[in-house]
Write a protein that binds this ligand. Structure first.
Ligand code: PAF
Length: 277
């Protein structure tokens, strides 16, 4: 498995790379959820194609400098996971190499990012789109794998691919969960043991609420279960259209119940599909 630490090194490695190239973009702190993304990339690349993992904690998608600073960095363990799951190469650039000091062009999303996570994290999805587009260009990838856990991110990246005519196939992977139902996330390791034990209520709340017959009952049920803990603070709880992510009061199209919940400073997200009435 090769490692490229700059754009120039990556270019050199890719000069002799077989196709297809399947990219798994990550910010490191890899956990079994990422390992599953690499496995899926391996499957799509086939025995002759190349699986490439990028590890880059992208500064321009963090709205709070403290979050960027606290983001876990576990490169040695990450590389072991990449190797064990059949990655052919890992791209680990630094921010100075990725971004020019006087850069002035950014991808801007103007619709899907206005609600949910985008509403409280200004500029976050523009930062995500910008780095993902750069990674697509730098790696010349044919396909890229993204987790469904970040379903707003996935919807926005699909929209970027559509709107900018990118020739990259987007491959989704279902959310991986811990035994108690908590969605796997690099952030889980920042929870205290008490918060971690409590956090399974998020999944429980969404699952029970999604069975209720009306949107108002769905929202009330989920809120009651999440707020029954004194450790939680709801950032948002909403029903949105699965494709355009706009809030909806009638469930006439495939819809999602989504939430972001704070445990102290740690913000966890999750969602569930709501069956059509
Ligand atoms: O989901 C992530 O880890 C990041 O948002 C991504 C897609 C790697 C872009 O930095």
């Amino acid at each position: 498995m090769w490692i490229a630490r700059s754009k120039a090194e990556l270019e050199q490695q890719l000069a002799t790379s077989p196709r297809p190239v399947v990219l798994v973009p990550t910010m490191g702190a890899l956990h079994p959820g990422h390992a599953a993304l690499i496995d899926l990339a391996r499957k799509h690349a086939g025995p002759d194609g190349a699986v490439l993992v990028s590890i880059f904690v992208n500064p321009i998608q963090f709205d709070k400098p403290a979050d960027l600073e606290k983001y876990p960095r576990t490169e040695d363990a990450d590389l072991i996971i990449c190797r064990n799951h059949g990655a052919d190469g890992v791209f680990i650039p630094d921010a100075e190499d990725m971004y020019f000091d006087n850069r002035s062009i950014t991808v801007t999303e103007t619709h899907l990012s206005k609600h949910l996570c985008g509403a409280t994290r200004p500029g976050h999805f523009d930062g995500v789109c910008t780095v993902v587009l750069k990674l697509f260009n730098l790696t010349h990838c044919d396909a890229a794998v993204f987790g469904e856990k970040d379903f707003q991110q996935l919807a926005i990246i699909r929209r970027m691919v559509r709107d900018l005519d990118l020739r990259v196939q987007i491959i989704p992977h279902p959310t991986l969960r811990e035994a108690d139902g908590l969605a796997m996330s690099s952030r889980n390791r920042r929870l205290t043991p008490e918060q971690r034990a409590d956090a399974s209520r998020i999944r429980e709340a969404l699952t029970l609420a999604a069975q209720k017959p009306s949107p108002s009952e769905i929202l009330v049920t989920a809120r009651e279960i999440i707020e029954a803990s004194k450790l939680t603070k709801i950032d948002y709880l909403a029903i949105v259209d699965e494709e355009n992510l706009q809030p909806t009061e009638q469930i006439t199209r495939p819809s999602i119940l989504a939430c972001a919940v704070f445990y102290g400073e740690v913000r966890l997200i999750d969602h569930i599909r709501i069956p059509k009435a």
